[in-house]
Design a protein around this ligand. Structure first.
Ligand code: A3P
Length: 280
């Protein structure tokens, strides 16, 4: 299959975007959320797929086990703003979902999330990851994903990463709406926090099953989770399930880059009390 050329970044309401996330904008803006929808809202590469899998297993692992072997994660948990032309746009996939709740993924910053999610007071699971590992993960993802702009070399990439992204204050959001923030680092702990947020009380055995299903090595091998079925991603360049670790940034950042990043981070995140783990 011939792949389309890599897209360019452009400014969209003050946010860096590619056309795959704006082509379907009218349908995104007018998307009708349902009150029981759960929105998985993340900055890309923070652990979206991990949390999507946890939620899918929690809600449907027992009632619809066939999903595990027949439906890739991007069909179970539609990516709302996506329009990659190789599968239907996210809004269409979400509209077709007959499950309750619907699990819907978005990387849109809070100001661009369709208003019906707020009107319906949907529950939101926000995944946060330390920004250094997040940057490294994004760099490798851009290398392997044809639908993203070419990342260039790491030094330039990191500078652009620092220049172009806006910070979001998770805690402000959380006071007003139903938002739970989780971290890609300790599945057992986060599973408990998610269950309590969502009002679920699975048995200890069931929780262990979910935890086993989302272990890094298990998901890496699982073709329904590892994006090996989607032609725009070349997992030979860099696998989607790359390392799944806290602290890989140390293999990429120079000392000077790390110091500059810390300085920048302190300024941009001065209003948040979220504590990130950057070392194991
Ligand atoms: P790395 O590139 O650092 O390995 P997203 O799903 O938001 O795109 O995030 C992808 C990142 O989450 C990748 O990080 C990937 O390896 C990691 N990841 C995915 N599933 C994981 C799991 N089950 N356990 C740990 N990390 C996981």
């Amino acid at each position: 299959m011939e792949l389309p050329p890599r897209p360019k970044l452009f400014d969209f309401h003050g946010v860096s975007m590619i056309h795959h996330f704006t082509d379907n904008w009218e349908n995104i803006r007018n998307f009708q959320a349902r009150p029981d929808d759960i929105l998985i809202a993340t900055y890309p590469k923070a652990g979206t797929t991990w949390v999507s899998y946890i939620l899918d297993l929690l809600y449907f692992g027992q009632t619809a086990p066939e999903r595990q072997t027949s439906l890739p994660i991007y069909e179970r948990v539609p990516f709302l703003e996506s329009d990659f032309h190789i599968i239907p746009p996210g809004t269409e996939l979400a509209d077709k979902l007959s499950t309750s709740p619907r699990l819907i993924k978005t990387h849109l910053p809070v100001q661009l999330v369709p208003k019906s999610f707020w009107e319906q007071n949907c529950r939101i699971v926000y995944v946060a990851r330390n920004a250094k590992d997040n940057a490294v993960s994004y760099f490798h993802f851009d290398r392997m994903n044809q639908a993203h702009p070419e990342p260039g070399d790491w030094n330039n990439y990191l500078q652009r990463f620092m220049d172009g992204k806006s910070e979001q204050c998770v805690y402000q959001l959380r006071q007003e709406y139903s938002v739970q923030c989780v971290f890609l680092q300790d599945t057992r702990r986060e599973l408990d926090r998610l269950c309590s947020f969502l009002g679920l009380s699975p048995s200890a055995e069931e929780k262990e099953r979910v935890r086993g299903g989302v272990q890094f090595d298990t998901m890496k091998k699982n073709s329904m989770a590892n994006y090996s079925t989607i032609p725009i991603m070349d997992i030979k360049i860099s696998p989607f399930m790359r390392k799944g670790k806290v602290g890989d940034w140390k293999n990429h950042f120079t000392v000077a880059q790390s110091e500059q990043f810390d300085e920048d981070f302190k300024k941009k995140m001065k209003n948040t009390t979220v504590q990130f783990r950057t070392v194991v």
